[in-house]
Each structure stands twice: as C-alpha cells, then as structure tokens.
Design a protein around this ligand. Sequence first.
Ligand code: NAP
Length: 255
Amino acid sequence: MSKEQQAYVITGATSYLGEELAKYYSSEGNKVLLTSRKPISERSRKASECLEKLRNDNVIYLSDIDLIVESSLDQLRDEIKRFIPNKFHVINCVGYFPDYKMIEDMSIIEAKKVFDSNVLSLYNVAHKLIPLMCERGGGHFIGFSAHTAYQHYPKMSAFTAAKIAVESLIQGISNEYLENGVIANTIALATLDTEEERRIKPKGDSSSWLKTDEVCTIVDNLIRSSSNLINGSIIHAYKYSKTYFGQSYFDRIKK
Ligand SMILES: NC(=O)c1ccc[n+]([C@@H]2O[C@H](COP(=O)([O-])OP(=O)(O)OC[C@H]3O[C@@H](n4cnc5c(N)ncnc54)[C@H](OP(=O)(O)O)[C@@H]3O)[C@@H](O)[C@H]2O)c1
C-alpha cells in the first residue's frame, strides 16, 4: 500500500541529513519545501546542486534562507503559505559543530555561531512557522540534538550546551502547542556516518555510526505514527559500539 502524501518543510537541507531527507521525501508525490543558506563550503555547494535537481511541481528549493535573518524567515513563511495549502511538518536539520576545542581555545565569535546555528535558528523557525502550523491543524516539528547532551564530553562544551537548549525548546513547543495539534520531538543522534565526521574523527569506530537513511526511517516512523503520545520526547538514536563501551573518549577522538 502506498504511503499517504504529506507536506514537509526541511530546513538546513544542504546538511548531510537534510539532503538525505530531501531525497527520501521528494518522491511519491509529497509536497516538499527545502531551504538552505547560501552555499559557503564546497560540500554545501555540491549538496545545493543535488537539491536543485530534485525540483519539480511538488518540490521547491529556496537556497538563500538564513534562519538568523528575519526577512529570510518571513520569505520562508510566505513561500509555505503559497506552496502548501494544508497541514505540514517541519524537520529542522540546521546546526554547526566547531570541531573539538577546549573552552579557552574557542573564540567568543565561534561560540556565538554555535548558539546561533543550533539554537537561535530553531527558535526563529518555531516563532515564524508554528502560528501557521496551528492555523492548519498542527503537524510534527522535529529537531536534532546529540548524544553529548547526556555525556557532556570534554572539548564540546558550547555544542553540548546548545543541543541541550534545542531539547528544551522542543519540549517547550510540545507543551505550548499540543492543544493545537503540534507534536514536537527531538532526535538525539550519535555520530552520523558522513565524510565530515570521518575527517574530524579519523580513529572513530565508524562501524557504529548512524547512516543518514536510518535517521530518515526514524523521522518517518515518528511522523506517520497515528498516536500523539510521543510528544516532547527525546529519542536516542545510537548503535552498540565496542569502542564506545570499551575505550576512553580521548582515545576515540585522537587525530
Ligand atoms: N553529524 C553528526 O554526527 C551529528 C551528530 C549529532 C547531531 N547532529 C545534528 O544533526 C543535524 C544534521 O547534521 P549534519 O551533520 O547533517 O549537518 P551539517 O552537514 O553540519 O549541516 C548543517 C547545516 O546547517 C545549515 N546552517 C547553519 N547555520 C544556518 C543558518 N543560520 N541558517 C540556515 N542554515 C544554517 C548549514 O547551511 P550551509 O551549508 O549554508 O552552511 C548546513 O546545511 C544538525 O542539527 C547536527 O547538529 C549531527
């Protein structure tokens, strides 16, 4: 039996995960609105090219949306109003990881970027889009946090704090808007198996890393569930890893 067609807004679509979700949902006649910032790295330029190819009558891609900038957020909301007539789901893949650094070694400017990209972007999307979601009868709102929010790994302090704020914001949404049909959950990810993670953790145990398509399945199961009882939850996504349970953290992140 084919799946029911739905509408999805995927922010941060040039992220590894966003690109995978874009491909996953851009089939089967779903309405999909993808957003990214101006490509600033070679990797996001390539991802952007891939998203361009997904465009069709049911898939639109806005490539100049900085979620820290209010005019971009207004443009996003207006495009959704124009393109999606009914209920829609928001999957926010935006984030920024500044590599492993002690607090003294990470500049204030970079720490601000960590909070802007991970937390403020999410707040802004919620602020601009949740009223429209409520008008349309609700929908799922999904954000991504990280395993470090439970371990408080050294050399990741700003990122960890930002991801705890993400979880808190999502829980706030779930408490404030359930009566309007909005269901908000966080998926707390262990390492994703991406080129970038292999670059920054060359000695990591990549056999236990999450594939981006596995995360798509988790997202989809959540959105398609007929129950609204999973709301305000933090869903932990990780696999068994011999090194995680048997080797020190510092050995695992050694270059
Ligand atoms: N990778 C992992 O192992 C891992 C682990 C735990 C949690 N997560 C979380 O899972 C999500 C996806 O991870 P990923 O590795 O696939 O992400 P990624 O490749 O690092 O991409 C991050 C995305 O955020 C976008 N972005 C940053 N600031 C933005 C802003 N102000 N406005 C609009 N877009 C902005 C970037 O756009 P540009 O391309 O334009 O810069 C990029 O598309 C993120 O929230 C990440 O923190 C990832």
